[in-house]
Design a protein around this ligand. Sequence first.
Ligand SMILES: Cc1cc2nc3c(=O)[nH]c(=O)nc-3n(C[C@H](O)[C@H](O)[C@H](O)COP(=O)(O)OP(=O)(O)OC[C@H]3O[C@@H](n4cnc5c(N)ncnc54)[C@H](O)[C@@H]3O)c2cc1C
Length: 458
Amino acid sequence: MDVIAGIDSGIDRLAGAFAGTLLRPTDPGYDAARRVHNGLIDKRPRLIARCAGTADVADAVRFARDEGLEIAIKGGGHNVAGRATVEDGLMIDLSGMRGVHVDPRARTARAQGGLTWAGFNRETQLHGLATTGGAVSSTGIAGLTLGGGIGWLMGRHGLALDNLVSAEVVLADGRVVTASETEHPDLFWALRGGGGNFGVVTSFGYRLHPVGPMVTGGLIAHPFAAARDVLRHFRDVTADLPDEMIVFAGLIHAPDGSGEKLCAFVVAHCGTLAEGAAAVAPLKAFGAPVVDTVGPISYCALNTMLDGAYPAGALNHWKSSFLPGLPDEAIAALIDGFARCPTPMGQILLEHMHGAVTRVAPTATAFPHRAPGYDLLVLAEWMDPATSPACIAWARETYATLLRFASPSRYVNYLDADEEDGAIAAAFGTNLRRLQQVKAAYDPENLFHLNQNIRPVA
Ligand SMILES: Cc1cc2nc3c(=O)[nH]c(=O)nc-3n(C[C@H](O)[C@H](O)[C@H](O)COP(=O)(O)OP(=O)(O)OC[C@H]3O[C@@H](n4cnc5c(N)ncnc54)[C@H](O)[C@@H]3O)c2cc1C
């Protein structure tokens, strides 16, 4: 009773100057605010602090410290492991902080931590500018950038985090600092790949590049029966791509709900339309596709074309690793695994990485995975909770059969909630030791631990 009364008075003090909204479990809006993208996650924070600005975030961090509450930080809420929410702790919800300011002359943007790529692209494209962002527009800029940022522009401009020039961060002690190459450079290094381990990033400064507004992109889908030849062609094509072009392959289901299995190329080319048309011609000429939407498309539309496949609230379980190559045996295992997929929303994706993203040294930022290759994602997604055991088992079993083709490295942003300790070492690789030291300097008590956690080691 005393404990609850103590926290209530703490909430009253926090509420005094708080410009945003504080939501308790009985408040209207609480239920919607506590939800994250993955419908499998069902946690009930003791309090949701929907912050309106950096001062709210600093007060919320101090409040959680004082009350001994665990902190979860919600950017876009897309993390499949549900790290943006917490049972019985404090959710620092940044969804009220979605401002973005573009400086077209300097080709930079400053964007608040609750923004999604839809909002970011809309404002930057107003000036014909962009930076590497997520392929699904509802994903948050925060989690995606802090963990990496695989996207359509990475061959030309690197990952999202390679385009970060500064970040405003609320630290564990409530101090507000700016991290950049010249201010808190160790923290700046760690933020670029180390996820939400070091503080709450209230705003991100990005470098922008001229892109579009029209680019070349779309999807080419072949019958599943042709998957072996399609994936071999994918392997050949990805051996030599211009930096401007990204090709992903997907074993997917037809979006009409029929359950028909397909094997698709998803394509983006950010150069001129003439260069794009020439570059995609070999893909368009290959085989006998049942769908081909590849052609001129606005950059904003390119970044929403996949949104429909990932509805908010769908149930998700993911398994992911990097494949350095795509031998015939791996192609056979991928096809065999997908043939057994129990959900008409399930997919296996191969996200090819080359170009600028692979020309950054593994230790230059905290993101170590710089070798050309494929990020494999076994993505179970479904709507009916009754099928959860079958869908989760499929993701795990399929992944297990593919592990022999994988390198011992994992993309931190695709790790799910059931990973073992080794996943952290696989995610941070050669950079783990330095990340632990930066963690010890900036968050020695591991206040920010509801993430893919880096433990402080001085
Ligand atoms: C449908 C879908 C599509 C995706 N597509 C891509 C893609 O194209 N490319 C890619 O690289 N990844 C992609 N992802 C993965 C994505 O990068 C991660 O899910 C990422 O965590 C999402 O960031 P968020 O802000 O939306 O997530 P959240 O769940 O809000 O946060 C993720 C993590 O970051 C921390 N965090 C969030 N905001 C902050 C902040 N402001 N300061 C400090 N820490 C913070 C959280 O505590 C949590 O640990 C996709 C995910 C989904 C579900």
